[in-house]
Design a binder for this molecule. Structure first.
Ligand code: NAD
Ligand code: UFG
Length: 340
C-alpha cells in the first residue's frame, strides 16, 4: 500500500482528504502541529473509515522530526496542507505567515529531496489570481495578490516551479482551491475554526445555532445581480476527492510534471444566495445585517474548471443545498465544535 504523507491532516480540508485517501486504499501519515485543529478530528477520521491514520504532532518547520518520519516510512507522495490561512491576521503579523508558510514548505521540500521523495501536491488558492476577469483560468496572470497570506501561496507556487525546472524528475501539482464549505455526510468532521470565524460558512452556522448574534454581510453595493459578492463554493468532500484524482494523475505521468488546476464548481453564488439557501434547506434563521465592504474582497471569483475535468477526470457532485445541509448537520451534532 502506498504511504501518503499529509501535512495539516487534522485541519478542515486535510481531515476530509484523509477520509477519501483511506477509502481509496492509501496509507495515511498525518503531521500536524495542531495550531488550528485538534487531534480529535484524526480520531473521527479513523471512526468514519474504520482504518487508522498514523499521526504525529509535528511542525513542518522541525527538520529533525521530519527526518525521523521520512527515515521510518517509505513515503510515496506528500500532500501539503499545513499553513496559516487567515487573511486579516496575515496583514497584522506578516512575519509569522512567511515563517510558517514559506519556511515550512522550504523545510519540507529539503527533507523530501534528501529522501528522494519527489511527488508533491500543494494547496494553493484562487487568491493567486488577484482581481482578474472571471471565470479564472489556470494560465491567467497570477501574483497580483493583495495580502501576505496570498503572497505566501504565490511564492510557494514560484518555489515549486523553480524546483521543478532545476530537476524535472519532480512531479508537482498545484491545486488552486476556490471556497470550500460543507462537511462530511456523517456529521462527524467539519470546519471548526478557533475563535471568531473569518470565513462565511462557519460564521453562518454559528449564528444559526446561537453561538454568534449576527452575521454582517460585507457590502451590498457590488456590481453583481443582488449587490453582494459572488464566490465559487465547493463541497469539501468534492475538493478532497480532487486530491485523490491528483495522485492518480501523478501515478499516470511517465516522467516529471509541473501543472496547476482550479478546483471549484465553475458556478458563482452570491452571499445572499448562500444565506437564503442555508435558511431554506435547514429551516432555520440566520440573523444578518448589511455592513461595509471588507477591504481586499473582489466582487466576483469563480473558476473555469474545464482543465481539471479534462486532465484529472474530476468534477464536483454536490450542489449548494447539499453543502448547506452537511454544514448544519456537523454544527447540530457538534454545537461547540470538536470541544464537546
Ligand atoms: P486548517 O487551518 O483547518 O488546516 C491547516 C492545518 O495545518 C491545521 O490543522 C493546522 O494545525 C496545521 N498547521 C498549520 N501550520 C502548521 C505547521 N507549521 N506544521 C504543522 N501543521 C501546521 O485550514 P484548511 O482550510 O484545511 O486549509 C488547508 C490548506 O488549504 C491551507 O494551506 C490553506 O491555505 C489552503 N486553502 C484553504 C482555503 C479555505 O478557504 N479553507 C482556500 C484556499 C486554500
Ligand atoms: N463574508 C461576509 N461576512 C463574513 C464573512 C465573509 O459577508 O462574516 C463574505 C465576504 O465578503 C466574501 C464571501 O463572504 O464575499 C466569502 O468570504 P470568505 O472569507 O468565506 O472567503 P474569501 O472568498 O474571502 O476567501 C476564501 C479563503 C481564502 C482563499 C479564497 C479563494 O479564505 O483563503 O477563498 O477564493 F484564498
Amino acid at each position: 500500500m502506498k504511504n501518503v504523507l499529509v501535512t495539516g491532516g487534522a485541519g478542515y480540508i486535510g481531515s476530509h482528504t484523509c477520509v477519501e485517501l483511506l477509502n481509496s486504499g492509501y496509507n495515511v501519515i498525518s503531521i500536524d502541529n495542531y495550531s488550528n485543529s485538534v487531534p480529535e478530528s484524526i480520531n473521527r477520521v479513523n471512526k468514519i473509515t474504520g482504518k487508522k491514520i498514523i499521526s504525529f504532532n509535528c511542525d513542518v518547520r522541525d527538520k529533525d522530526r521530519l527526518f525521523e518520519i521520512f527515515s521510518k516510512y517509505d513515503i510515496y507522495c506528500v500532500i501539503h496542507f499545513a499553513a496559516l490561512k487567515a487573511v486579516g491576521e496575515s496583514v497584522k503579523d506578516p512575519l509569522s505567515y512567511y515563517d510558517n508558510n514559506i519556511f515550512g514548505i522550504i523545510n519540507l521540500l529539503e527533507v523530501m529531496k534528501k529522501f528522494n521523495v519527489k511527488k508533491m501536491i500543494f494547496s494553493s488558492s484562487a487568491t493567486v489570481y488577484g482581481d482578474n476577469k472571471v471565470p479564472y483560468l489556470e494560465d491567467m496572470n497570477t501574483g497580483n495578490v493583495t495580502n501576505p497570506y496570498g503572497r505566501t501561496k504565490y511564492f510557494s507556487e514560484q518555489i515549486l516551479s523553480d524546483l521543478y525546472y532545476s530537476d524535472k524528475d519532480w512531479r508537482i501539482l498545484l491545486l488552486r482551491y476556490f471556497n470550500p464549505i460543507g462537511a462530511h455526510e456523517s456529521g462527524m468532521i467539519g470546519e471548526d475554526p478557533n475563535g471568531i470565524p473569518n470565513n462565511i460558512m462557519p460564521f453562518i452556522s454559528r449564528v444559526a445555532i446561537g453561538r454568534l448574534p449576527k452575521l454582517t454581510i460585507f457590502g451590498n453595493d457590488y456590481d453583481t445581480p443582488d449587490g453582494t459578492c459572488i464566490r465559487d463554493y465547493i463541497h469539501v468532500v468534492d475538493l478532497a476527492l480532487g486530491h485523490v484524482k491528483a495522485i492518480g494523475k501523478i501515478d499516470d505521468s511517465k516522467s516529471g510534471v509541473l501543472d496547476c488546476f482550479n478546483l471549484g464548481t465553475g458556478k458563482g453564488n452570491s452571499v445572499l444566495e448562500l444565506v437564503n439557501t442555508f435558511e431554506r434547506v435547514n429551516n432555520c434563521k440566520v440573523n444578518y445585517e448589511i455592513g461595509n465592504r471588507r477591504s481586499g474582497d473582489v466582487a466576483s471569483c469563480y473558476a473555469n474548471v474545464e482543465k481539471a475535468k479534462r486532465d484529472l477526470g474530476w468534477e464536483t457532485k454536490y450542489d449548494l443545498e447539499r453543502m448547506c445541509k452537511d454544514t448544519w448537520r456537523f454544527q447540530l451534532n457538534n454545537p461547540n465544535g470538536y470541544k464537546n
